[in-house]
Design a protein around this ligand. Structure first.
Ligand SMILES: Cc1ncc(COP(=O)(O)O)c(C=O)c1O
Length: 483
């Protein structure tokens, strides 16, 4: 760093810390030059810079006077959300979004559809048609609730395929389903309120809940989904605000709630009156009749979230929330404050896709391809790595797997990245932030079979390299005998 830059930083720090009060003069040019052993022209240059950064005013003839620095005025720490934001780790979601554009060859970090499956020709045709509409209808503002035609298409072409009957009036179109979850949490949750989740669960949801100051109580899951018996006993006397759950193809484990557990959970909801927030992001990827909880006809308090991000394209940022009309009205008021409405063009693209008549073919193809990739990855994980899978899901994008003893995901992540392999470390999926440090999530959906094979072999070799040779595992023994 150059001398004057050093000086700028030192003086700016003093001002920010309050060591030099707003309204007072800085020490003279000569005193500053002597103190920092720099020339007087360096001092003047630093003053000019401090003025342009808004720390001082300086007339050139006199000594600069300290003004309220812009930087401290712009800091958000005075609001509770600002303070929480400082304690949250924004890096996980940030890293994940960065991974979406990474050029790593074996990218198992982010869960998104294979871009090769994007129905490009359908999109081209939809966009061509949209350009023939009056531009106001495509590029203008639109209602906060969502375009009527988009909500109608979601009701008729999306929700009915999931067995859910919901009027367009009960649907709020959001900028991705994560926005819906954020709006709902903002409306329902005060700092200190308890939210129930599966453990592990989607890190983005946990991030939102924490940002609102919620206490998160994780309920263990196994290969059949959430443990409803524990749910009942753990929540006694806790007055939780809601249960956030992904019943089908859960992120990060790929687990789907078994029919028996599903029934038990529905009974629990009926009895407890604790609202369920159902995130059905991966529901379409199941080829089994795994209807969402929202398809059940009994009366339970439930809000349903879904998205076009996993079945079509995450970049269009279209999701939705389905709920009773009163709640939708309140959420609309909040969404207005956030972004006025979801992108008009994006909504029309989503609607166009739902109406063009090839939704079932697309879904069927996606299911088959992802299922094959999951199967391959599950077999390889057992054959060529020392990982232990949490479950063996047959739909969705994800495998969640435990590292060999002594390994931690965070440090392995950096080493794997050096070998062009990316995965998501498990800890951010922990409701209390304490668990799953020795687990990783592999999103295999978007990777062709050849990449899965090579990537997992690379990961396997890395684990061999970093694992203590004395572990005596069968794979190690075979390797030693061969060498
Ligand atoms: C369970 C779950 N819900 C919601 C989302 C976010 O979806 P969107 O892109 O619609 O905000 C994700 C993305 O990974 C997810 O895994």
């Amino acid at each position: 760093m150059r001398q004057y830059e050093n000086l700028v930083r030192t003086i700016a720090d003093q001002i920010l810390k309050g060591d030099v009060a707003v309204g007072s003069k800085l020490p003279s040019e000569r005193a500053t030059a002597q103190k920092f052993v720099v020339s007087r022209s360096t001092v003047r240059r630093a003053w000019r810079e401090l003025e342009s950064l808004g720390y001082v005013t300086w007339s050139n003839q006199s000594t600069p006077v300290v003004v309220r620095p812009l930087e401290s005025t712009l800091r958000a720490e005075r609001s509770p959300v600002g303070r929480l934001a400082e304690t949250l780790s924004p890096t996980f979601l940030g890293d994940l979004m960065q991974a979406a554009v990474s050029s790593a060859r074996y990218n198992f970090e982010i869960g998104m559809p294979d871009p090769e499956l994007l129905p490009v020709q359908d999109f081209q045709q939809i966009l061509r048609e949209l350009f023939s509409y009056p531009s106001r209808e495509v590029f203008g503002y639109s209602p906060t609730l969502g375009l009527e035609r988009a909500r109608r298409a979601i009701s008729e072409e999306f929700l009915t395929r999931r067995g859910v009957s919901m009027s367009p009036n009960n649907i709020l179109v959001t900028a991705g389903s994560l926005q819906g979850l954020n709006l709902l949490t903002r409306l329902w949750v005060r700092p200190g309120d308890v939210i129930l989740t599966e453990s592990p669960t989607f890190a983005g949801a946990l991030h939102i809940f924490r940002s609102h100051g919620a206490q998160i109580l994780g309920i263990p899951i196994d290969a059949s989904g959430i443990n409803v018996d524990i749910l009942e006993s753990l929540t006694l006397g806790k007055n939780p605000r809601f249960l956030y759950i992904q019943p089908v193809g859960q992120n990060p484990t790929g687990v789907t709630l078994s029919p028996e557990r599903r029934l038990k959970l529905l009974h629990w909801a009926q009895k407890s009156h604790i609202p369920i927030v159902e995130d059905d992001a991966y529901g379409f990827l199941s080829d089994q009749p795994n209807p969402p909880l929202a398809a059940d006809r009994r009366q339970i308090p439930l809000v349903y979230l879904n998205t076009f991000s996993k079945i079509l394209a995450p970049g269009i940022r279209v999701g939705f929330l389905a709920a009773p009309a009163d709640l939708i009205r309140q959420l609309v008021a909040l969404k207005q404050l956030s972004d006025l409405h979801t992108g008009t063009l994006s909504q029309l693209v989503a609607e166009g896709w739902l109406r063009q008549g090839r939704v079932d073919t697309h879904i069927q193809r996606a299911r088959t391809i992802y299922k094959g990739r999951l199967k391959l990855a599950t077999r390889l994980i057992k054959q060529v790595t020392r990982l232990t899978p949490f479950a063996e899901p047959d739909h969705g994008f994800y495998l969640f797997a435990k590292l060999p003893p002594g390994q931690m995901a965070q440090s392995l992540h950096a080493k794997a990245a050096q070998r062009d392999v990316l995965f998501a470390p498990g800890n951010p999926f922990s409701p209390d932030g304490q668990l799953f440090g020795n687990w990783i999530r592999l999103a295999v959906g978007a990777q062709p079979s050849a990449q899965i094979e090579t990537g997992l072999r690379r990961l396997g070799r890395l684990l061999d390299d970093v694992t203590d040779g004395s572990s005596g595992s069968p794979r190690r023994t075979i390797k030693l005998l061969r060498s």
